[in-house]
Design a protein around this ligand. Structure first.
Ligand code: G3P
Ligand code: MG
Length: 247
């Protein structure tokens, strides 16, 4: 099974780029992640009405742009009209919603490993898996550093595992359960990504005993982050990686 890319490995993943410091999931956010010295970023991707992969967290553009509407009702050309930075600060006006292709090129340019989280797939997980398969076929060669694919949508991940028997894939859950370990083992998923809120040392021990790496989201308190990393969590997602790098 494909494992997470090795060093330089900090156990620290910039969440949506660096969502606490720059408008999430934008060029500025990924660039700043690289400037901070991160080597790994997470971002969310979903399909537009015309089935183009773009980088956006919410189902609608309302919160993070000056536009309105569901992404599934908007084309890539519609998105090009939107400002995805001003909501965060006027300093970032004119940021755009990046395409997945642009984002992966940026990651390559800055030497950032990519965690692609697939959103919006629940209504048609198989179509989403097929579109991701086609996208990665066109945009990745064997020699490239493979991105980590992740999702809350198990059906989509199971379909992706069939397309990519050797790809690093993470199952995301809000709360850890022993069943989630079994699911990861059954489908040869690479890691289990859990919400930190109810996660316990006992949960970590169970995962470790089963050789399953845990990635925890989202931790912005440096003390808590280092406690979990010292306890043996493989990596954490953070909106404020700058605070964690100061240790
Ligand atoms: O993959 C970790 C985290 O990104 C999952 O939650 O809502 O921030 O995408 P969310
Ligand atoms: Mg995410």
């Amino acid at each position: 099974m494909y494992e997470l890319n090795p060093p330089p490995y900090q156990g620290l993943i910039g969440h949506r780029g660096v969502a606490g410091l720059r408008p999430e999931n934008t060029y500025s956010s990924f660039k700043y992640a690289a400037e901070l010295g991160l080597n790994w970023v997470e971002f969310d991707t979903q399909l537009t009405k015309d089935r183009k992969w773009v980088v956006l967290h919410d189902a609608s553009v309302d919160r993070t742009t000056n536009g309105k509407g569901l992404l599934t009702d908007l084309t890539l050309a519609d998105l090009d009209e939107l400002d995805a930075g001003h909501w965060f600060s006027p300093e970032y006006a004119n940021e755009r919603i990046p395409t997945l292709e642009e984002t992966l090129l940026l990651c390559q340019f800055y030497g950032l490993q990519a965690n692609i989280e697939i959103k919006g797939s629940k209504d048609d997980p198989l179509m989403h898996a097929e579109c991701m398969y086609e996208f990665l076929q066109q945009n990745y060669s064997d020699s490239d550093s493979l991105p980590l694919l992740s999702s809350f949508d198990l059906d989509c991940l199971i379909a992706l595992r069939k397309y990519f028997p050797n790809f690093p894939i993470s199952f995301i859950v809000k709360d850890f359960t022993p069943d989630a370990i079994k699911i990861c083992q059954e489908h040869s998923f690479t890691t289990l990504n859990c919400g930190v809120y109810n996660f316990t040392l006992e949960n970590l021990k169970l995962a470790t005993d089963n050789n399953l790496p845990i990635l925890l989201y989202t931790i912005n308190d440096p003390v808590v982050a280092h406690q979990w990393l010292d306890a043996g969590v493989t990596a954490i997602f953070s909106d404020r990686p700058d605070l964690l790098l100061k240790r």
